[in-house]
Design a protein around this ligand. Structure first.
Ligand SMILES: NC(=O)c1ccc[n+]([C@@H]2O[C@H](COP(=O)([O-])OP(=O)(O)OC[C@H]3O[C@@H](n4cnc5c(N)ncnc54)[C@H](O)[C@@H]3O)[C@@H](O)[C@H]2O)c1
Length: 336
């Protein structure tokens, strides 16, 4: 049993990890300012500190109040499009908050740090699947900000002995199979909740960005990893951190097109997904699929919810049961 600090633990991916830690009896402190997170996503046994990560005093108080075995750092700005309108905000906030957090952890003697990084580090890849040693060439300020954080963690490792795991997620999707937490962002930009929302009538018809890509059906192909499998990978990587810092790709190695996702939602939900087609979005590569051989080999990880149907089934159940998401955004905002 350990005690862990989870920043952004009231958010989508973070809350799944918090449940996984609580399920195995670990103590968890969540630090989240609830700008995107939800109180109800945090299990009753976990401590929730509602604070902005930029608040250095609160951060010091948290490290003074508890001793942590590791930090899991999810809290970040993470919209690629927004980052291209406000690149400096993304870099200042993501890099500043993350490295101040690492600094506070080092000062408190907590030398294990797990970062939610991103496939956006690879930009428009030269080859697919994207192997773990592929060239890092972000094409967005968001991706660049995560790369800068990874670089800062490298230096903290060399100088202070901080052991960091940088986990480059591909597309997180699905929901807790037990229905305890799920995806509720506003704005929502992810395909699975948008397609399900369109089918349920809780969101507008879906716009597909481009059907003229060099893929079999013309729509973009992405690697969707079930969020419960993502959480499991974090636990395995944590166990491995004793051996030193590591960098992994978190994806399944299988890609699905936008049209395949729409078809799966229609089949599993038993309702049509109202949708139309728009122009391509700038900077969207045709195919992004992870090579995650290193993760599998070194941690023994393998997806348990590895099919698109597993993802859509769990996400559908959660959205059907929570048509307004966690229901904490006030009556005037659209349901999530
Ligand atoms: N969802 C994906 O597919 C995906 C893919 C690649 C990388 N990631 C990374 O994973 C992490 C989690 O993603 P998510 O989809 O769960 O996002 P999310 O927005 O659901 O979760 C982030 C949480 O952090 C909190 N937060 C943000 N800034 C904060 C701050 N300054 N202080 C305190 N709390 C703050 C938000 O309230 C939210 O609860 C992010 O770092 C993101 O970049 C996600």
């Amino acid at each position: 049993m350990g005690r862990y600090l989870v920043t952004g633990g009231a958010g989508y991916v973070g809350s799944h990890l918090v449940h996984a830690l609580a399920d195995r009896g670990d103590a968890v402190v969540v630090l989240d300012d609830l700008r995107q997170g939800h109180r109800a996503a945090v299990p009753a046994g976990a401590e929730l500190v509602v604070a902005d990560l930029a608040d250095a005093r609160r951060l010091e108080e948290v490290f003074a109040a508890w001793r942590f075995d590791a930090v899991f750092h999810f809290a970040a700005l993470s919209l690629v499009g927004e980052s291209m309108r406000a690149p400096l905000r993304y870099i200042v906030e993501n890099v500043g908050n993350s490295l101040r957090l690492a600094e506070a952890a080092v000062r408190a003697g907590c030398l294990r740090f797990v970062l939610s990084s991103t496939a956006a580090l690879f930009g428009d890849p030269e080859t697919v699947p994207i192997e773990e040693g592929a060239r890092l060439a972000p094409t967005s300020a968001y991706g660049e900000s995560k790369l800068m954080v990874e670089t800062g963690l490298d230096w903290a490792g060399r100088v202070h002995g901080l052991r960091s795991a940088c986990l480059r997620y591909f597309n997180a999707a699905g929901a807790d199979p037990a229905g305890r937490t799920g995806e509720d962002h506003e704005p929502e930009t992810h395909l699975v909740p948008l397609a399900i929302g369109a089918a349920l009538g809780t969101r507008p018809p879906l716009t597909v960005f481009g059907d003229d890509y060099p893929t079999p059906d013309g729509t973009c192909i992405r690697d969707y990893i079930h969020v419960t499998d993502l959480a499991d990978a974090h636990l395995r990587v944590l166990a491995r951190l004793g051996e030193g810092s590591c960098r992994y790709n978190l994806g399944t190695g299988t890609g699905y097109s936008v049209k395949q996702v729409i078809e799966a939602v229609e089949r599993i939900g038993g309702r049509p997904v109202p949708h139309g087609y728009g122009p391509r979005r700038a900077g969207d590569p045709a195919v992004l699929v992870a090579g995650s051989a290193k993760l599998r080999r070194e941690t023994g990880w393998a997806p348990r919810f590895g099919t698109l149907d597993d993802i859509v089934r769990t996400a559908w159940s959660w959205h059907e049961a929570h048509p307004r998401g966690f229901g904490d955004r006030g009556a005037a905002t659209p349901a999530g």
